[in-house]
Design a protein around this ligand. Sequence first.
Ligand code: ADP
Length: 200
Amino acid sequence: MTRLLLIGPPGAGKGTQAARLAEAFDVPAVSTGDIFRANLKNGTELGLEAKKFMDAGEYVPDSLTNAIVHDRLQEVDAAGGFLLDGYPRTTEQVHELDRLLLADGTALDAVVQIVADTDEVVARLLKRAAEQGRADDTVEVIRHRMDIYEQQTAPLTEVYGSRGLVVTVDGLGPVDEVTDRILVGLAARGLHAVRPVEAS
Ligand code: ADP
């Protein structure tokens, strides 16, 4: 029954760590970016609408994003906990998540903040662009995504920090080490993994 958030700039390795933590805590990883990309691949209306924003490095409007998270968290597998990756990203999304959890009588257990040096994350994103060809991984769009992150999402760590929920971890270094740092930080708060994480 663990409810976690993962916050960090684009390229910090959230997706990689999300999959590993979800496994460790036996909860589904819910990534808004993945949901949008899956919709885009399947040619849904939501996908086409989200594409306009994603390709430009903008955030998808809160109304749309909140609606998909609302639906996803209603699914049965999320009843026993979840790991949200890439949501909330704006103050309005924080409020929506607060409302959703309050309605369920549940609460977040911790917010994992992955920090990483900007030059390093830009380099990682450019590498990913070369490997995967994501439309939002061009130099200009990456810079814009970083700016938006600083303006809109970085302040969220203060909001959650004032609630005493934030575990901050350095995202640089080998994947396994970053996972270990997160697991140690969560264990210190009494949140223990239920399964070992396999070495990458
Ligand atoms: P990254 O963390 O590398 O930016 P994501 O896969 O998490 O990548 O997100 C890709 C894009 O999807 C974002 O740039 C944004 O356009 C959209 N998106 C994902 N999550 C949200 C959100 N919570 N609010 C608004 N837009 C979102």
